[in-house]
Design a protein around this ligand. Structure first.
Ligand SMILES: *Cc1c(COP(=O)(O)O)cnc(C)c1O
Length: 398
């Protein structure tokens, strides 16, 4: 079990988001910890320098700014400690490297974020770590894939793009019984909707680029760990000196204070939009675990306290040209990678090109939506016109 957070757990999540990692008395009364820019830290005496005596020793090892976000995230996540990284992907890689060595075996969900997969296949393999991909729907059944050298099990829920839920408590129980470490990429839910260390994860990764930022204006990663894994995580982080820049950390802190409000609004808007899309004749299926008919709904309801703004839909069969006609004419939905900002996004996607142990055959074109903070009626009108273009393009081709 993970250590309880350093603040009394009687505080609610929103109170913690506002107060965690902040001590105005150390900042001359100002509300926020400022941006400390710095490499060199000066020592008053030779003796202090030789013994690196002092609260801070060098820029890569931490500043009051980075410490503030680490501390706050540790509290919000219910972890023993946190390290920051210059991107979400860097957070994934430092987390994996902290618990794996040559000769180890890694179990990785087939539904993982694609660059995570590329790191396993393109880097871990070279350094003697073998990765086996597993079906995200496996719960305790994952036991049959565990080998004597299985050192880590990586989960991500819901799955990147495809939105399968995973039974993380069940997987964790099995993994822990075999001595393996459990990691979760918790970017979609954040610790507010899925408290990772209370659900079995030893290490949790968050792409702060998404909802911590909320503004599509920075790259940041966070890795929180329980008592069992934090020491190795911190050591690995120090060896790589994988530190983010101070402005990005400051913006992460700023985002943290309002994250609960933004998440709830993304959730509300996305659920409304998902239901609207589900009722459209052009849509075959909505992939959103908070929708009652979703195959992952029972797990979501049991383990999660909310859903965020990202989900996918499968359209009824339509030509690529028709889908392009729909998307290219959208006025409010941007097309681009990443998500979590204030603005709505859509991308077409196809998991079949990279999955290896689960089949991706949705039966129609797949679109991933991020629902931003615009007026829902405006967004629906934009999509409504898009669907008209889709139907028109396909009617013309027929
Ligand atoms: C975006 C994302 C990442 C990587 O974050 P970057 O900051 O873009 O590197 C990792 N995991 C998931 C699930 C993501 O959506």
């Amino acid at each position: 079990m993970s250590k309880p957070p350093s603040q009394p757990t009687t505080f609610g999540d929103r109170t913690r988001l506002v107060h965690a990692g902040r001590d105005p008395s150390e900042q001359h009364g100002f509300v926020n910890t400022p941006i400390y820019r710095g490499s060199t830290v000066l020592y008053p005496t030779t003796d202090d320098l030789l013994h690196r005596r002092g609260r801070y020793s060098y820029g890569t090892k931490g500043t009051p700014t980075t410490e503030a976000l680490e501390k706050a995230w540790t509290e919000v996540s219910g972890a023993a400690g946190t390290v920051l990284a210059p991107s979400g992907l860097a957070a994934v890689t430092v987390a994996l490297l902290s618990c794996l060595k040559a000769g180890d075996h890694l179990l990785m969900t087939d539904s993982t974020y694609r660059p995570t997969r590329q790191f396993c296949d393109g880097f871990l393999k070279k350094f003697g770590v073998e990765t086996t991909y597993y079906d995200p729907s496996l719960g305790t059944g994952i036991e049959y894939l565990i080998r004597p050298n299985t050192r880590a099990v990586f989960t991500e829920a819901p799955g990147s793009q495809s939105f399968e839920m995973q039974d993380i408590p069940a997987i964790s129980e099995v993994a822990h019984r075999h001595g393996a470490v459990v990691l979760v990429d918790n970017t979609w839910a954040t610790p507010l909707f899925f408290p990772p260390h209370n659900r079995g994860a030893d290490i949790a990764i968050e792409a702060g680029t998404k909802y911590l930022s909320g503004g599509s204006d920075l790259l940041l990663g966070l890795v929180s760990a329980n008592e069992r894994c934090f020491k190795a995580l911190r050591e690995t982080y120090d060896l790589f000196a994988m530190c983010p820049g101070p402005e990005d950390v400051f913006l992460g802190l700023r985002g943290l204070r309002t994250m609960a409000l933004r998440l709830r609004e993304h959730e509300r808007q996305a659920l409304d939009m998902a239901r609207w899309l589900q009722s459209r004749p052009e849509v075959a299926r909505v992939l959103h675990p908070a929708i009652e008919t979703d195959p992952g709904h029972a797990i979501w309801k049991r383990d999660f306290s909310g859903s965020s703004g990202l989900f996918s839909v499968i359209l009824k069969p339509a030509s690529d040209k028709a889908v392009a006609a729909m998307l290219d004419g959208l006025a409010l939905f941007g097309m681009g990678y990443s998500w979590g900002g204030f603005e709505s996004l859509v991308i077409p996607f196809d998991c079949s090109t990279y999955r290896t142990v689960t089949e991706w055959k949705p039966g129609g074109p797949a679109l991933r939506f991020h629902i931003g903070l615009e007026d829902l009626d405006d967004l629906k009108r934009d999509l409504d016109a898009g669907f008209a273009r889709l139907r028109e393009a396909d009617a013309k081709a027929a």
